[in-house]
Write a protein that binds this ligand. Structure first.
Ligand SMILES: Nc1ncnc2c1ncn2[C@@H]1O[C@H](COP(=O)(O)OP(=O)(O)OP(=O)(O)O)[C@@H](O)[C@H]1O
Length: 345
């Protein structure tokens, strides 16, 4: 194929296909879509809603409709709904401006299996991709966070999404070492659901727990006076609606276990880091990306536990998709990624 034709003004796409959110970047345009990764289907499997509209239905659907997340722990858990979701998001991203069959660069967790990788390639191909390139999320996140990953210096990035936490040490555009744990924002939310049930006998849904996590949660004691919040749910014994008040300290306590799993993954990765790169990381600090990076005090907790200064990236929720955009701007990296993925498919 003619090189100039292949890399001319094509409207290629970069996609962060996430457990919680999907974002799409189009060459020459920037980020054009940000939607929750949720699909609502009826009993006959007909799609009713996709994205934000479907998210509002989570936990609130009548018996004949299910709102579900096609991805779990960073990988496709339900192929049918993943394909519906991806096709619909790509259609919305086109906005009446057909892109033909674009090439797509998709961020995926670094720890996933070959079968899981092939499922992403197949879903994207069926959704209209001409060629698909997969990029490890931590590499994309580092590019999107503006880390100098092309230089011969060690950088540590921690990408905390909904389903996976990716800890990676990068140098010279490559991943030197990484660890992916299937514990991230969703587990923090789930830990709050479990705590409310066990300690307060209150049944709450995922959306309420996420709201508590965002408004009241912290990973490290950051307030002199702990904030409080009213929570509504169903009382376990009476089965009736009830409102109780909880404190910020309780929320932190409820999330202690998944938070320590994340911190342990960071420590293990640091222990395995070659000394020269470890010295660079001590100088430059650790970078946090992904929605989980917005958890208040998480940077302080990681600094406290590792002794290394930790920064939160600017716009952490968009780092991965911005990184896929950086790949689209770089024909050499793009070609390498497309070729690697073509061999895998
Ligand atoms: N302000 C906030 N405080 C704490 N957590 C937050 C905040 N905002 C978003 N989150 C959490 O971030 C997570 C989503 O992050 P993100 O969109 O980066 O994940 P994802 O890319 O969809 O997931 P993955 O990379 O695991 O597939 C959710 O668990 C959400 O609750």
């Amino acid at each position: 194929m003619n090189f100039f034709k292949r890399f001319s003004l094509s409207r290629d796409m970069g996609i962060d296909l996430g457990t919680a959110n999907t974002l799409i970047y189009i060459s020459g345009k920037g980020i054009v879509l940000e939607e929750p990764s949720v699909v609502a289907i009826d009993r006959d499997k007909t799609p009713i809603a996709v994205g934000e509209e479907a998210r509002k239905m989570l936990g609130r659907t009548p018996g004949n409709i299910i709102a579900l997340r096609p991805l779990r722990d960073g990988v496709i858990a339900d192929f049918y709904s993943a394909e519906i979701m991806l096709s619909e998001f790509i259609r919305r991203a086109h906005e009446g401006n057909p892109l033909g069959n674009p090439r797509m660069v998709i961020g995926i967790p670094s720890g996933i299996t070959g079968v899981e990788r092939r499922a992403v390639i197949e879903a994207a191909t069926r959704a209209g991709a001409k060629e698909v390139g997969l990029i490890d999320e931590p590499v994309a996140a580092a590019l999107g966070a503006g880390l100098p990953v092309t230089e011969a210096t060690g950088n540590m990035i921690i990408d905390i999404g909904g389903g996976t936490t990716e800890v990676a040490v990068l140098s010279l555009q490559g991943r030197v070492l990484s660890e992916s744990v299937r514990v991230a924002g969703d587990e923090l939310t789930e830990a709050i659901v479990q705590y409310m049930r066990k300690v307060h006998n209150l049944i709450i849904g995922e959306r309420t727990a996420e709201d508590i996590k965002i408004k009241l949660g912290s990973a490290y004691p950051i307030h002199n006076e702990e904030p409080v919040q009213e929570v509504r749910g169903l009382h376990l014994m009476s089965g009736l609606p009830r409102t109780i008040t909880i404190k910020g300290g309780e929320v932190r306590e409820s999330m202690a276990e998944p938070l320590s799993t994340i911190v342990d993954a960071v420590k293990r990765t640091l222990e395995r880091t070659p000394p020269e790169l470890a010295a660079d990381i001590i100088d430059r600090g650790i970078m946090l990306a992904g929605g989980g990076a917005l958890m208040k005090g998480l940077d302080m907790l990681i600094s406290h536990e590792t002794g290394i200064v930790t920064h939160v990236a600017e716009d952490p929720l968009r780092c991965v998709v911005k990184g896929t955009g950086e790949v689209l701007k770089n024909p050499k990296i793009l070609e390498r990624i497309l070729n690697e993925s073509a061999r895998m498919a």
